[in-house]
Write a protein that binds this ligand. Structure first.
Ligand SMILES: N[C@@H](CCC(=O)N[C@@H](CS)C(=O)NCC(=O)O)C(=O)O
Length: 215
């Protein structure tokens, strides 16, 4: 198996962390977002990361890839067994990838990515507007959903847990700290997910990449 993409993407991190929790071996090739390399476009027609290859399969989109991994390697289950709970898990994943990421990803983009990519100064006005008008409502929703203990679906970490925490990590890299006074469950849940050994190992690996990029 081969995973394409840059570790610091919340979507690439999701796939790498799911591989780590499942104990899967894979190759990793760094591809930056928006690649127009024709060979990469065959894997990811929109040029987005992550891309993925396994034998004849070439596919993109983190949710599609994670679902493939779950179906192919079910021994370490990362979706609940019950269909209704599986649907809830997919909802959290979708919310994380399409909506929650909008509240926290821009901090990483403006303050970290733009700098290393030579794209100019961060747009702090944009971040102020997101911090005041977008993040509170989305964090309040997450706060209302995450458990006081354990993970979303019990004692085992799942795809949805990784998907929800991944944008929080990008927020942190961009200097956005979730207020633990306002969102205590979310802050504690984030710390639990980050402390899971497989997630912690994934984060340690990406830290090296982050330091290299910032140097
Ligand atoms: N829904 C996709 C989103 C992937 C995505 O938007 N990745 C970003 C990087 S974090 C990207 O490649 N952006 C480049 C572009 O939109 O051209 C997934 O879950 O994989």
């Amino acid at each position: 198996m081969k995973v394409y993409g840059a570790n610091l993407s919340p979507f690439v991190r999701k796939v790498l962390a799911v591989c780590a929790v499942k104990g899967l071996d894979y190759e990793h090739e760094v591809v930056m977002p928006g690649s127009d390399d024709p060979a990469y476009r065959e894997i990811s027609p929109l040029g987005k990361i992550p891309g993925f290859e396994d034998g004849d399969l070439r596919v993109s989109d983190s949710s599609v890839i994670c679902e493939y991994l779950e179906e192919t390697y079910p021994e370490v289950a990362m979706l609940p067994a019950d269909p209704a709970l599986r649907a809830r898990s997919r909802w959290y994943e979708e919310y994380a990838d399409s909506t929650f990421v909008e509240a926290l990803g821009p901090f990483f983009f403006e303050r970290f990515f733009k700098k290393v990519a030579g794209m100019g100064e961060p747009d702090e006005e944009r971040l102020k507007q997101i911090a005041e008008e977008v993040a509170p409502e989305r964090l309040a929703y997450v706060e209302s959903q995450v458990p006081a203990e354990g993970y979303l679906f019990g004692d085992s970490i799942g795809i949805a847990d990784i998907a929800l925490v991944s944008p929080m990590i990008n927020g942190e890299y961009g200097g956005y700290e979730i207020d633990a006074g306002l969102y205590p469950r979310t802050a504690a849940y984030r710390d639990r997910v980050k402390a899971h050994p497989a997630v912690a190992a994934t984060l340690a690996a990406e830290k090296a990449m982050m330091e290299a990029m910032a140097a």
